[in-house]
Write a protein that binds this ligand. Structure first.
Ligand code: PTJ
Length: 253
């Protein structure tokens, strides 16, 4: 039991969800290591959604609304951390949830599918009916109706290889990654440098708010975005924050 008044209660809850996810055969063992890396970067951000990420979330919402065939890619960590939110986003966008695992196993795919169904999902893809070209990992196995023929793919906690391969297929790739230096962050079309647990509610809110906005206005939002600039601003935010903290008494952090 985590005491609610524990100063790091939220972070501990996330760890607990992932450990439970391992026990239920949803999260891969490597998912714990990936989460630990994410936590480190989250400390540098101050565990808040910083302005460049907030902008990238709004741009992502606009891009997903404009999409002809948006797809939400689900892996073990996202299924373990933000199940309900993934299902809600899929419903508002009328988009499929495609289970696509790096450490692929039929058993884990089935467990994730069941979890999504229990949480109300009615459009789940997990078939291995097409291949992403130029990608040797298990993640190249995708559904022909889903990721393969999508125009916009939402890929939280992704590996760089697939992001690059999806970009080569001319898709708009939206990544959520706490590490602004990862290859995923650098190769995605839109990178949200934020914790997936904070991003999902904001993304859902933005999709709801922008859903009835004119296409020309949404296009303006998307085409005005520069991912390189967004990552530069993120690094500058971290640099300025560390500089500010380095002049403070450590007990005031
Ligand atoms: O379930 P599977 O088999 O598909 O495997 C999922 C993982 C996450 C294990 C797999 O995709 C993987 O190994 O990913 P990587 O290459 O370690 O990349 C994960 C990235 O996500 C890292 O750059 C982390 O910093 C970042 N990350 C981890 N936790 C979070 C996060 N980003 C946002 N929110 C988080 N909670």
């Amino acid at each position: 039991m985590i005491p609610e008044d524990h100063p790091r209660a939220e972070s501990l809850h996330q760890r607990e969800k992932l450990v439970e996810g391992i026990e239920k055969g949803i999260v891969a063992m490597a998912g714990l290591i990936a989460h630990g890396r994410g936590e480190t970067f989250d400390y540098l951000l101050g565990e808040v959604t910083i302005p460049p990420a907030r902008e990238a979330i709004k741009v992502s919402a606009a891009a997903m609304i404009l999409a002809q065939r948006p797809v939400i890619s689900v892996n073990g960590n996202t299924a373990g951390l933000v199940t309900k939110e993934l299902v809600e986003l899929a419903k508002i966008l009328k988009a499929p949830l495609e289970i696509n695992l790096f450490h692929r196993s039929e058993e884990r795919i089935e467990n994730i599918k069941k979890l999504l169904v229990i949480n109300g999902a009615d459009n789940i893809l997990a078939e291995d009916t097409a291949r992403i070209p130029d990608l040797s990992s298990e993640r190249s196995k995708v559904s022909k109706e889903g990721i393969y023929s999508s125009d916009v793919v939402f890929v939280p906690l992704e590996d760089g290889d697939r992001t690059e391969a999806l970009r080569k297929m001319d898709k708009t790739v939206i990544a959520v990654d706490l590490n602004p230096l990862s290859r995923t962050s650098r190769t995605a079309s839109i990178t949200i440098v934020d914790n997936i647990t904070r991003t999902m509610p904001l993304l859902i809110e933005d999709v709801k708010n922008l859903k009835d906005t004119k296409r020309s206005k949404l296009e303006e939002i998307v085409y005005g975005f520069d991912n390189n600039k967004c990552l530069q601003e993120t690094l500058k935010f971290i640099k300025d924050r560390l500089e500010e903290l380095s002049n403070k008494n450590i007990l005031e952090f």
